[in-house]
Design a protein around this ligand. Structure first.
Ligand code: PMT
Length: 325
C-alpha cells in the first residue's frame, strides 16, 4: 500500500509531525482578534464587486520567521528576508485589483514605504520655530504618496496587515488565513515569499530561562519544521492558487530545486531567485514553462515585482476560469 503521498514521508508521519508542531506551539495571544479581522475582511471583499463575483484575495507572506531558543526569549535563530519582496508585491497586487492579507514579520519592510528613507520619523520631519513638527520639503512628496496610498488601501478594505515574529505565530496565523480563505475557492491565492525556518525547538523541550554560558558549549537538538505547503494545498485551502519561492545562493542548483518543490508540494508556480540578483530577475517555474522575469533597467525606479505580478495575475485568471486543482 502506498502511503508516502509523493513526499517521501509516510502520510501518518507527516500528520503526526504537523499535529505535534501545533500542539506544542504556545497559543496565539490574539487569535480571537485575528479571527474577527479575517472574517470582516473576507466578508467585505466577497461582496465587493457587485456583479455576484468575489474580489480575488491574496495572502502575501513576507520577512523571516524566528526560532526562539528560550521560552522567555533572549536568543533566537533568524531567517534572512528584509520583506522588500513581499511589501512591494503587495502594492502591485492591490494595483491589479486584489485584496491583500499581508502576513509580515514585525519590523520588516512595509507596503508604500519604498521611497522613504531608512528612518522616516527622524529624517522626514523637522521641528519648527513655532514648536510644531512639519514634513521636510525634500521628503514631502514621498511622505504624501506613502500616507495617501497606504491609507486608501486600508480604508477601502484592500489591505489587512497581520504581524508575526516566531515560526509558531507564523504557521498558526497562516493556518487561520488559509482555512478562512477556503470559501473563496479559486479566487484565493497564496504568495509565500516569507523565509520560513526549517528547524525549531519544541516549546515543551525549550529552556524556560536564559541559557547560561557558564555551563559550557551549547548542545541543542532542533526538530524539523514540517513543510506546511503540502497541508495547505491538501487540507487548508485546496482550491487556492499557490505560489511558493525558492531561494538559493548557487545558481546551478536553483531551477532544479524549484522544479522539485513545484512537484513535491503540488504548487501552481515556484518563483526561483538567487540571493545576489533577486532584485533584478526571477524565474517563474510552472509545470510546463520557465519564465524569466526581469526588471526594466531603462525605467527609473522599476522593480522586478512589477512584471512578476503581471505574469502571476494573468496565470491566476486562467486558473480561475478553469481550476485544475
Ligand atoms: O525579503 P527580501 O529581502 O526582499 O528577499 C526575498 C526572498 C529572497 C526572501 C524571497 O524572494 C524568497 O525567496 N523567499 C523564500 C525563501 C525561503 O525560505 O525559501 P525555502 O527554500 O527555505 O522555502 C521554500 C518555500 O517553502 C517557501 O515558500 C516557504 O514559505 C516554504 N516553507 C519553508 C520551510 C517550512 N518549514 N515550511 C514552508 O512551508
Amino acid at each position: 500500500m502506498d502511503i508516502t503521498n509523493g513526499l517521501g514521508v509516510p502520510q501518518e508521519t507527516l500528520d503526526a509531525e504537523i499535529k505535534s508542531f501545533f500542539e506544542s506551539a504556545p497559543p496565539l495571544k490574539n487569535s480571537d482578534d485575528i479571527g474577527e479581522k479575517l472574517k470582516k475582511f473576507i466578508e467585505r471583499n466577497s461582496l465587493s464587486l457587485g456583479n455576484g463575483e468575489a474580489r480575488r484575495v491574496v495572502c502575501v507572506t513576507s520577512g523571516g520567521t524566528t526560532v526562539p531558543l528560550e521560552q522567555r526569549c533572549v536568543r533566537y535563530i533568524d531567517n534572512f528576508s528584509s520583506g522588500h519582496r513581499g511589501a512591494t508585491s503587495t502594492e502591485y497586487f492591490i494595483k491589479a485589483g486584489y485584496a491583500v492579507i499581508f502576513l509580515y514579520r514585525r519590523g520588516s519592510y512595509q507596503p508604500y514605504c519604498r521611497s522613504l528613507p531608512e528612518d522616516p520619523l527622524l529624517e522626514c520631519f523637522e521641528y519648527t520655530d513655532e514648536s510644531s513638527i512639519r514634513v521636510r520639503e525634500s521628503h514631502s512628496e514621498a511622505v504624501k504618496k506613502a500616507i495617501s496610498e497606504h491609507h486608501a488601501a486600508v480604508a477601502e478594505g484592500f489591505l489587512l496587515k497581520l504581524p508575526f515574529t516566531t515560526i509558531f505565530e507564523y504557521l498558526q496565523i497562516l493556518q487561520m488565513v488559509a482555512t478562512s480563505l477556503r470559501s473563496l475557492g479559486a479566487h484565493a491565492m497564496f504568495y509565500l515569499a516569507a523565509a520560513v525556518s526549517d528547524f525549531y525547538v519544541p516549546w515543551k523541550s525549550m529552556a524556560e530561562h536564559k541559557i547560561q554560558s557558564a555551563s559550557g558549549p551549547l548542545d541543542m537538538r532542533l526538530v524539523q519544521v514540517p513543510k506546511m505547503l503540502s497541508v495547505l494545498r491538501k487540507d487548508w485551502a485546496p482550491m487556492a492558487f499557490c505560489i511558493s519561492f525558492k531561494l538559493e545562493t548557487d545558481i546551478k542548483i536553483l531551477l532544479e530545486k524549484a522544479d522539485i518543490s513545484l512537484k513535491k508540494y503540488k504548487m501552481h508556480m515556484v518563483v526561483a531567485n538567487e540571493l545576489l540578483t533577486r532584485k533584478d530577475e526571477v524565474v517563474v517555474v510552472t509545470s510546463n514553462e520557465k519564465i524569466s522575469v526581469r526588471r526594466d533597467k531603462t525605467q527609473v525606479g522599476d522593480v522586478v515585482e512589477n512584471p512578476l505580478i503581471r505574469v502571476i495575475v494573468e496565470r491566476h485568471s486562467t486558473y480561475v476560469e478553469k481550476p485544475d486543482i
